[in-house]
Design a protein around this ligand. Structure first.
Ligand code: NAD
Length: 329
């Protein structure tokens, strides 16, 4: 089976080279899959996609016409592929349902700590010889209330870390995690109650039609003045214009974001020689109390190893005419 792996970079290619076995021939490209680059997949049996790729209706129809009948996603999330269309064309899609939830959970904690304890500012002023502490005051996380939206694999890993910090935990999730309740005393509430009562809100639920823009002016307005907002899930869970408004009116004291709703044209690409043409993003990142990382929460050796291993296993199942256990359509 011949596979074109879109959006592969220096950081993940070695993990594929290490994991490869079976009947697979891998070809790598740094290019993202979209309507302009879909032609590259002519002559391949399968493609492998990352979150930066876009498999919409037009792209899927092209893939189908080239005979590409398998898509191996290298992510948990599958909001970047039109699953319904893929199903109707008979294109099989598999994801990586779990890979080190600790990678993302720990990154969410890193964003929270860096913002709260002003690590970036502290480093900047120290480098110019300014050791004054006046602008570096944070707060104890111990005893604070943390609101967790989505207590699946990543949300529960985050909850357990925050439990270790001595925080009170609130959660919003249609499915209650009994084991997590036992282990951390987390209390399940409505989204509104979590927003109203938390000192920190951290988002860990999937993006779909029901969750798009779940954080908007009305949900943000419920939050305590001075709340810290952390999003390592998906950018479009948040209405960025409303987020900026809430940062500017000081409802939100700090925001830690690993994802942004229009990140596909920004993240994973070197923009050091030109201006990023995205007004909203320019405003967002101009705020000193906003810490943005470029969708790197998953970026640990353990996660990359697991992603490569599962992707290779998914592709080999198809290469040997079997069903992949991670098929999602
Ligand atoms: P998961 O499926 O284990 O958990 C998701 C949880 O969200 C489930 O418990 C589900 O019931 C809950 N949920 C669904 N709808 C909800 C809603 N409306 N309100 C509250 N909770 C809701 O998934 P996971 O492995 O924990 O991953 C969570 C998300 O994190 C993924 O969907 C993905 O978008 C994102 N993610 C980001 C990165 C990154 O690098 N930034 C990496 C991996 C995953």
């Amino acid at each position: 089976m011949k596979i074109l792996i879109y959006s592969t970079y220096g950081f993940d290619k070695p993990f594929f080279e290490e994991a490869i076995h079976g009947k697979l021939e891998l070809v790598y490209t740094e290019k993202q899959l979209n309507e302009e680059t879909v032609n590259l997949s002519k002559g391949f049996d399968a493609v492998s996609l990352f979150t930066s790729d876009q498999a919409n209706e037009t792209v899927l129809e092209k893939l189908y016409s080239f005979g590409v009948m398998y898509i191996a996603l290298r992510s948990v999330g599958h909001d970047h592929i039109d699953l319904k269309k893929a199903r109707s064309l008979g294109i099989k899609v598999a994801n990586v349902p779990a890979y080190s939830p600790y990678s993302v959970a720990e990154h969410a904690v890193a964003l929270l700590l860096a913002l709260n304890r002003k690590l970036i500012l502290g480093q900047k002023i120290m480098q110019i010889g300014d050791y004054r502490l006046d602008n570096l005051v944070g707060f104890d996380l111990n005893g604070k209330t943390i609101g967790i939206i989505g207590t699946g694999k990543i949300g529960s890993a985050f909850a357990k870390i925050m439990h270790g910090f001595g925080c009170t935990l609130l959660a919003s999730d249609p499915i209650e995690n009994k084991e997590l309740i036992q282990e951390t005393n987390i209390q399940y509430k409505t989204l509104e109650e979590v927003c109203k009562n938390s000192d920190v809100v951290s988002v860990h639920c999937p993006l779909n039609n029901a969750t798009k823009y779940m954080f908007n002016r009305s949900t943000f307005s419920l939050m305590k003045k001075g709340v810290f907002f952390i999003n390592t899930a998906r950018g479009s869970l948040v209405n960025t214009e409303d987020l900026i408004e809430m940062i500017e009116n000081k409802t939100i004291a700090a925001a830690g974001l690993d994802v942004y709703e229009k990140e596909k044209h920004i993240f994973f690409i070197n923009h050091s020689h030109h201006k990023i043409e995205d007004h909203l993003y320019t405003i967002l990142r101009s705020h000193p109390n906003v810490l943005i990382t470029g969708h790197q929460a998953f970026l640990t050796n353990e996660a990359l190893q697991a992603i490569a291993k599962t992707t290779i296993a998914n592709l080999n199942s198809w290469a040997y005419n079997a069903i992949s256990e991670n098929e999602i359509n």
